[in-house]
Ligand binder design. Sequence first.
Ligand SMILES: Cc1cc2nc3c(=O)[nH]c(=O)nc-3n(C[C@H](O)[C@H](O)[C@H](O)COP(=O)(O)OP(=O)(O)OC[C@H]3O[C@@H](n4cnc5c(N)ncnc54)[C@H](O)[C@@H]3O)c2cc1C
Length: 384
Amino acid sequence: MSESLPKAADVVVVGGGVVGAAVARQTAKDGLKTVLLEAKAFGGAVSGASLACLGTHMHNIEELPILLEACALWQSLSEELGDSFEYNRSGQLRFILKPEDVAIAERWIAGERAAGLAPELLSPKEAQEVEPLLTGPIHAATWAPDSATVNPFLAVRALLADGKRAGVMAFAETPVERLLLDGDRITGVRTSRGDISAGHIVLAAGPWSARVARSIGLTVPIVARQAQCLASVRLPPSIRRVIGACESAGGVESGYTQIQQAASGQILFNTVMAPQQTPAGAEDRINEVPRRFVRDSIAMLTTLFPSLANILMLRSWVRFEGVTPDDRFMAGRLQDGLLIAAGDNGTGFTRALFLAQLISRAARAATDARDGFYNPLRFAGGKP
Ligand SMILES: Cc1cc2nc3c(=O)[nH]c(=O)nc-3n(C[C@H](O)[C@H](O)[C@H](O)COP(=O)(O)OP(=O)(O)OC[C@H]3O[C@@H](n4cnc5c(N)ncnc54)[C@H](O)[C@@H]3O)c2cc1C
């Protein structure tokens, strides 16, 4: 890339996934001179390989007001930018395989209904009316009509393009090598192509955020959690909804499984491992798909959807969610001059536009009572 880096900015965002692209777009729209730096390709790490279901169902009851707002922001963006990233109000079914898990689902439904949502518990027959090919031996299902999906790669591109229209200066293949300090204040970043000084640096480097923070001896408690995906060849429309496993029921390697069909026709299957099963440094090895995952995924898919027993699988891949000890984002001020928006619990797409607003407010030193929910200083008595 020939364009030279600016020497100074109001905000430098480190990481060009969905979170970084959303943050940069927002800070630029809010009048701050913004530079977005991506080590490799925009959306090329975790975000572009995500399943990008935007939902409120069975995440965190405490967080529901935020999730509702976050989902509404995606809907407004799709209206504002036209159909540029395949926003689809698909709704979401969670299947329940064991009778004892119905009580778990009922508790979630009660909490979500109290927050004004309309999830339902369905019998297998009712679930089949919502998703006709779901003829496997499920015990029950939950239905959340408000969930949507987007094409993750197109969504990052749309945010980036809109951000550039608002003035974002975006640079791919520009890794941040270290943060720059003056006393306790973070004053800029060092990249392979020169230094940039800035009023605020925003760490939005997903699971790599901890590595960037370590460049100044700062410990950020984010570790990688492995997620693996399997994609079929293109098929005629078969699965209309996002199909997930109920909190503790189903799942292949762990408690969570997600199946959906992309607008391209590919059926996508995803499971997530517990963080302790993810080897240290694994986030840089994205082709080591566990064989057992492929075998178990095909078994799960064909159990739920017997009529899809003979579909061909095209490819598989591994990506990493960067998770915190309490499975909640870190979003806000970490140190003087340093903000962070990282540490998702596998739902960073859903929250990206909301986090962008929160970070932009923090960069403009405006206050927000809800910053506390994602307060990055909540670990280790204020010093992460
Ligand atoms: C398989 C899978 C399925 C998922 N499904 C869903 C879902 O259905 N719904 C949902 O809401 N979420 C889902 N998620 C989670 C969601 O995709 C992530 O939370 C989100 O993409 C994280 O975005 P990010 O911008 O924080 O991270 P990333 O996309 O990883 O972006 C971080 C960027 O930082 C860059 N970077 C790293 N180091 C540096 C450096 N030193 N300098 C500059 N740049 C650097 C990286 O190259 C990368 O591009 C899923 C995740 C996976 C893996």
